[in-house]
Design a protein around this ligand. Structure first.
Ligand code: ZN
Length: 232
């Protein structure tokens, strides 16, 4: 198992130390990327998506490294009564199967919602979970379910502006929103967001993203045209 290493964490809820496995970067091998930035990896054993969430074995607090260290008043109490009190002491600190990894995401989403973590962070969890269903289980129903939930959070993020100062630019965020609308079949909404990307004030700085958006816009229009022709 030398493709995995131990990373140390101190839990902000119970103050206990624990380890979580991570994939060594030199073993991470991608084979392709989808238009929503989902990466397909060569092997499930070295798929970093399975190790994105860290779960405290003592109290069940589950988080990604995007979670902030700040807890809004009352949220620690909520986590203690709704998670720690019912925690069964399960450890996720070893090699993970896909099912175990899915559990960690569901735990982190629940924890994140109790913590009132920002929409951009919750969106990242929902989207990665959708990617696991797509790339490792080919379960389209669950994939769409979690893409819809990610979409709602990305839209909230756009309206409250919590993405500002993170790795995600406004233009990229608008692109992802368009992309998710398209993938769940809301093509008019997708077109609307892809148009916002193409006309964005930063379009000359992020030309690749603009090109992606305009390609996707064109694909949808072509698809709609051929549907109309088929129906007439
Ligand atoms: Zn803990």
């Amino acid at each position: 198992m030398n493709h995995l290493y131990d990373k140390n964490f101190t839990c902000p809820i119970c103050d206990k130390k624990h380890i979580s496995k991570k994939v060594r970067s030199k073993f991470i091998k991608s084979i392709s990327h989808d238009s929503d930035f989902c990466t397909h990896y060569e092997s499930v054993d070295t798929n970093p998506l399975l190790y994105y969430v860290n779960v405290c074995p003592t109290c069940g607090y589950a988080s990604s490294e995007e979670f902030s260290n700040y807890f809004k008043p009352g949220t620690k109490d909520q986590i203690e009564t709704k998670i720690w009190k019912h925690w069964h002491g399960k450890s996720y600190g070893e090699k993970r199967t896909v099912d175990l990894a899915i559990n960690t995401y569901k735990l982190a989403i629940y924890t994140g919602l109790l913590k009132k973590e920002t929409p951009i962070v919750i969106a990242g969890l929902y989207l990665r979970l959708a990617w696991i269903y797509r790339t490792l289980l080919v379960d389209e129903l669950q994939e769409k379910r979690f893409m819809k939930l990610a979409l709602e959070q990305y839209k909230d993020s756009y309206s409250v502006g919590d993405y500002i100062g993170k790795d995600l630019s406004e233009l990229r965020l608008l692109y992802i929103i368009g992309e998710l609308y398209s993938r769940i079949g809301y093509f008019e909404q997708a077109i609307k967001y892809f148009s916002l990307v193409v006309q964005h004030k930063n379009r000359t700085f992020e030309t690749r993203m603009v090109e992606n958006a305009s390609n996707r816009w064109f694909e949808i229009r072509e698809m709609q045209k051929s549907k109309k022709t088929a129906m007439s």
